[in-house]
Design a binder for this molecule. Structure first.
Ligand code: MTE
Length: 300
């Protein structure tokens, strides 16, 4: 199988300052070609063509703004993302409320080099920019014994018209095992196409977990908690038979109501051909070892 285009404006391969100064240029030149192919790495790449800004920002799932795919684009402008902060608590050395600036500029220059990743998720290819979650967790210091990370989205009834409906038990919650959270593919994204993430896509900061189904990628995060027990997650709470904690993309384990063996790219038109879904969304080489010995039909 061809390797997916991977993370990696690798700092070791290019002087960080050069990337820092030129990152927009590097990114925009790669993107102006319309490819998410290798731009700095020696990886053999499957070239993914990103979806358009229009597709990415008009067809969304963000139930706090309504359950229709067009509702987030219509309603999310009400979310005020100014002065955003994230509470980090639980099993960490330095718990507290961090402004985004504190969290992100706590990173060294080298770490602060944005990761750029083109990720195909729920049949859309999005060119994300952001930070490795690991870099942020290292700043707050994970205590020994912590095994999981849980996340919460903002809950603001005045700004989020969808939360008056009990379609989910608010706030939206997600979780990862600590080793998944520390994996270099796991991103805290702040930009798309080098521009700030629009509200409907989870401004100002959201998770991107490339090898899992889309709902794991929680938007507009206000709380990160380190725990030693598996956290509750919104979709699992809502329907545990259909949505498990792991939710790894797996064409061999069907959703109880539909096959998950193939997918269709959004934006390719109604008659676009379905293509087979890849194990771990194409990132098998990178992440399969995290699940060695686990029965993935049981831990779905
Ligand atoms: N995060 C919050 N807070 N609320 C949501 O409803 N939907 C999830 C996920 N994160 C959701 C969320 C689902 S089901 C998907 S498929 C992705 O966001 C969609 O991300 P996108 O709209 O940027 O493509």
């Amino acid at each position: 199988m061809a390797n997916r285009w991977k993370n990696n404006l690798l700092n070791s391969e290019i002087t960080p300052e050069v990337i820092w100064l030129n990152r927009r240029q590097i990114i925009s030149s790669a993107l102006s070609l319309g490819f998410c192919g290798t731009i700095a790495g020696p990886v053999s790449a499957e070239v993914l063509t990103p979806n358009s800004w229009e597709d990415i920002t008009s067809y969304n799932n963000y139930y706090e703004f309504g359950t229709g795919k067009g509702d987030p684009a219509a309603n999310a402008h009400n979310l005020n993302t100014e002065g955003w902060s994230i509470v980090v608590d639980g099993m960490v050395d330095n718990p507290g409320r961090y402004s985004l600036v504190e969290l992100l500029t706590g990173l060294t220059l080298e770490e602060r080099v944005y990761r750029f990743r083109c990720v195909e998720a729920w049949s859309m290819v999005v060119p994300w920019n952001g930070y490795e979650l690991k870099d942020i967790l290292d700043i707050v210091g994970v205590k020994p014994g912590a095994k999981f990370v849980s996340f919460e989205t903002a809950l603001r009834p005045d700004e989020m018209p969808g939360v008056k409906y009990n379609v989910l038990d608010w706030p939206y919650r997600e979780g990862l095992r600590l080793d998944e959270a520390m994996h270099p593919l796991t991103l805290m994204a702040t930009e798309i196409y080098g521009k700030p993430i629009p509200n409907q896509n989870g401004a100002p900061i959201r998770l991107v977990v490339p090898w899992k189904y889309g709902f794991k990628s929680i938007k507009s995060i206000v709380r990160i908690t380190l725990t030693d027990t598996e956290p509750q997650t919104s979709w699992n709470m809502s329907n545990s038979r259909e949505y498990g904690f792991y939710s790894n993309v797996n064409p061999t384990v069907n959703h109880p109501r539909w096959s998950q063996a193939s997918e269709r790219r959004i934006g390719g038109g109604l008659f676009a051909k379905r293509k087979p879904t890849l194990m771990f969304n194409g990132y098998e080489d990178e992440v399969a070892h995290l699940y060695d010995g686990m029965d993935l039909a049981k831990f779905y």
